[in-house]
Design a protein around this ligand. Structure first.
Ligand SMILES: Cc1ncc(COP(=O)(O)O)c(C=O)c1O
Length: 490
């Protein structure tokens, strides 16, 4: 990146951290979000930024360009740079708040998922943004019966406090009825911790294992929620690229050898956002490397039920050395609103994570747990999984067909899963496209949130699970048309 050489050793430079201009961008973005600058206020000039951070003019310019691309500032050709009014972010609210966040949470700049959840409640006609499953594929009728049945139970079962690690009946149902579908059939209740979604699973693991400045290996690109959570813990990142066969194992070995990371966070099966699945050969190599360098692997299997080929079995199913902490969720399979996920890990780690969970939320609500236990025990779960997997695979191939000719190029062409990660051929920043496309009812997730460096701004993620094949065609045609229009205007 420009200016990196001369900037080494500046107050912000973190070895192995993101490029300097991104660090400055993050710093300024946090300041704006915390309300240190008000909407409409003039920002320091590029010269001041140069002086303050001991960086080159190019680096200062790049940081401001990034702030502008992300909608935080507006640049006037002669008058300077001003804080923009961005309706999504709450800086105005924070400015008025009487109390400021603690030092450990001061770099809370990322609220990408917060925005995503919020936009999920708006009705966009072509919503490729949020990774939400299709309600029409849920077993709605049986869920309703199970819910009615719950109301006939003793209030003490449904409404009382319960065990932190999860209701024993649900832990057992997960171990017996769900884990074998991911190739894990040697595991018992003591290996399962029920969490409030996979997001909490990442949170608990980050709290238990990560100290400030620890290095976490992540795929490039990776799941933004994990970046946010590890970053809030003070972690630094080493990115390892993903291709059609999954993680690049040579690069992984280099990172393990040279940088001594604390943790490897990966999605080996139907990855969010690329859909990549680790090949059979590479999964052996990844496990061997983790063993040789003695680094635990966090396997986020949120999309695993929809994976194909070698991804039909989780990485954990081959984990003879107990190196893998496996994260699963009911969110994509059945109902994200129930907020239930789980961690599968060695029993002693489950006990430690249970203590962390106890400090976080005491336990996950018993009503969703009982519902899911009832569903697991009374339904043909493999048939539901196969049905959803097939339905989503058809949607994925509809999207791939629509993107054959276009200004949006999928970086991979997965056959399973619910996501496509695409590069915008013209190099236009996805956030520029996003503003216009939302006005036309088409939304997606901009790519820069999928890397800790924020460098994938000319990429975007499409989630196909919430739309019919027909809507996918119409929505993507509209998106391509807009992209062509904007590019020709520029
Ligand atoms: C890879 C990955 N991990 C974790 C999550 C969070 O899932 P949950 O809804 O179970 O919290 C998601 C949600 O999309 C995801 O894609």
């Amino acid at each position: 990146m420009q200016g990196e050489e001369e900037d080494r050793g500046t107050p912000l430079a973190l070895p192995g951290g993101p490029p300097i201009y991104i660090q400055i961008y993050e710093h300024m973005r946090a300041a704006i979000e915390q309300g240190d600058f008000r909407i409409g206020e003039r920002m320091p000039s590029e010269r001041e930024i140069q002086r303050r951070f001991h960086v080159s003019r190019m680096t200062a310019q790049s940081a401001y360009r990034k702030l502008e691309d992300m909608g935080y500032v507006l640049r006037h050709p002669t008058q300077g740079t001003f804080v923009a009014a961005r309706p999504q972010w709450p800086s105005a609210v924070r400015k008025e708040a009487r109390f400021t966040p603690s030092k450990s949470w001061r770099h809370l700049g990322g609220h990408f998922l917060e925005d995503l959840m919020e936009s999920g409640s708006h009705a966009y006609r072509f919503d490729f943004e949020v990774g939400r499953p299709d309600m029409d594929l849920f077993p709605n009728a049986s869920m309703q019966l199970l819910l009615e049945d719950l109301l006939t139970r003793k209030p003490s079962e449904v409404l009382m406090y319960s065990a932190t690690a999860g209701l024993p009946a649900l832990r057992e149902a997960i171990a017996r009825r769900l884990l074998p579908l991911r190739g894990m059939d040697r595991l018992g209740v003591e290996h399962v911790l029920v969490t409030t979604g996979a997001m909490q699973a990442i949170d608990l693991i980050a709290k238990l294992f990560i100290d400030p400045d620890d290095l976490v290996v992540v795929e490039r690109p990776t799941f933004p929620g994990a970046i946010q959570r590890f970053r809030a813990q003070g972690a630094r990142f080493a990115e390892v690229p993903v291709d059609g066969g999954g993680l690049d194992v040579e690069r992984l070995e280099q990172v393990l050898r040279d940088l001594h990371p604390r943790l490897i966070y990966i999605q080996p099966c139907a990855q969010n956002p690329t859909g990549a699945t680790l090949s059979a050969e590479r999964r052996k190599a990844v496990l061997a490397l983790a063993r040789d360098y003695n680094v635990p692997i966090v396997e986020d299997d949120a999309g695993g039920f929809f994976a194909d080929g070698p991804g039909e079995r989780s990485l954990k199913s081959d984990d003879v050395d107990d190196l893998v902490l496996h994260i699963g969720t009911f969110s994509k399979l059945i109902a994200p609103g129930l907020r239930v996920g789980y961690i599968v890990a060695p029993a002693n780690i489950v006990r430690l994570l249970t203590s962390v969970k106890q400090m976080t939320d005491l336990h996950t609500g018993p009503i969703p747990q009982l519902l899911l236990e009832g569903w697991l025990m009374s339904s043909d779960v493999p048939a539901h999984v196969a049905f959803a997997r097939q339905a989503y695979a058809a949607r994925l191939s509809a999207a791939l067909a629509e993107l054959e000719d276009g200004p949006l190029q999928p970086v991979l062409r997965p056959r399973a899963g619910i996501y496509l990660f695409c590069r915008i051929s013209s190099g236009l920043p996805a956030c520029t496209l996003q503003q216009r496309s939302a006005e036309h009812g088409v939304v997606f997730a901009p790519g820069d949130e999928f890397s800790p460096t924020g460098e994938l701004g000319d990429h975007l993620r499409l989630c196909v699970s919430g739309l019919s094949a027909a809507s996918i065609h119409v929505g993507l045609r509209r998106l391509k048309q807009l992209l062509r229009e904007i590019t020709s205007e520029a």
